[in-house]
Ligand binder design. Structure first.
Ligand SMILES: [Zn+2]
Length: 264
């Protein structure tokens, strides 16, 4: 038996060329046949996971529609303008960012200040611009706490996927968006799981976009071994987001728009 497929790094197991199919030649019977690679399941899982749980309100959001005027304080506006510019350039220069393995760390103390919205906008733009038939881009979005919960769900039960299936898929996606890191309940297992995922992504220059209510050194208080923040520091560019809540303003604006419609 002889494998005809040339092995590439695109396959997480290095058993196929990344297509999920392996061509094999049976020299004895002089015939060729194809079998599925182990990575095919992971790829299917990646596809299924991709963007699956992005909140509905952010499914269509774009960087252009990131409205600076939703912030009322001058300092917020300035930060938002910078963040928006970084987001736009990040998408434009994405191939360079991938080459350097650089993601983003969007942070500010205030909940609902637009971090998830901007991360989702970047994700939507990356899919629009850089996801092509020839070069499909796999993206996985998840709140950090939900990802941990999903991995835990596979323990013990008759789960169709194992915890390592999920971890492998998350390790290998081209772009990982980990929303709200730092709110999860920390244990040794949690720290070890994140370290495993981040280590792999750091080594393989896979880009990750984080959002957090914590500054990087505050993350050290949650993860006292310092392994999480040191990795994030290496793999991201920090972006300070406004410390102002816009959620309610946004709802208010939506209601005003609705009111126009209803009073038409
Ligand atoms: Zn493979």
């Amino acid at each position: 038996m002889e494998t005809l497929t040339s092995i590439s790094d695109d396959c997480p197991y290095r058993e196929c060329d990344g297509t999920g199919l392996i061509w094999i030649k049976d020299n004895k019977e002089n015939r060729e046949f194809m079998r599925e690679c182990r990575c095919k399941e992971i790829k299917a899982l990646e596809r299924k996971l991709r963007g699956a749980r992005i909140p509905d309100e952010f499914k269509q959001t774009t960087i252009n529609s990131f409205d600076i005027n939703l912030y009322t304080k001058q300092e917020s506006k300035e930060r938002a303008i910078t963040a928006k510019r970084i987001a736009g350039n990040y998408v434009k220069k994405f191939p360079l960012m991938v080459e350097q393995g650089k993601g983003l760390y969007l942070f500010s103390k205030t909940k609902g200040s637009g971090k998830t919205r901007l991360a989702a906008s970047i994700m939507n733009a990356l899919l629009q611009v850089h996801d092509t038939k020839e070069n499909p881009l796999s993206i996985y979005y998840s709140p950090a706490a939900d990802l941990l919960a999903e991995i835990k769900r596979t323990f013990g039960e008759e789960s169709p996927v194992s915890s390592s299936d999920i971890i492998d898929a998350v390790k290998g996606v081209d772009v990982l968006i980990l929303d709200d890191i730092g709110v999860e309940k920390v244990s040794d297992w949690v720290e070890e799981t994140f370290t495993r995922i981040l280590d792999y992504r750091l080594q393989h220059k896979k880009v990750t976009i984080f959002t957090s209510n914590l500054e990087l050194d505050e993350l050290d208080e949650k993860y006292p071994q310092g392994r999480i923040s040191s990795r994030i520091e290496k793999m991201t560019f920090p972006v300070k987001m406004p410390d102002e809540k816009i959620r309610s303003l946004l709802a208010q604006k939506e209601n005003e728009d609705l009111l126009d419609l209803l009073l038409e």
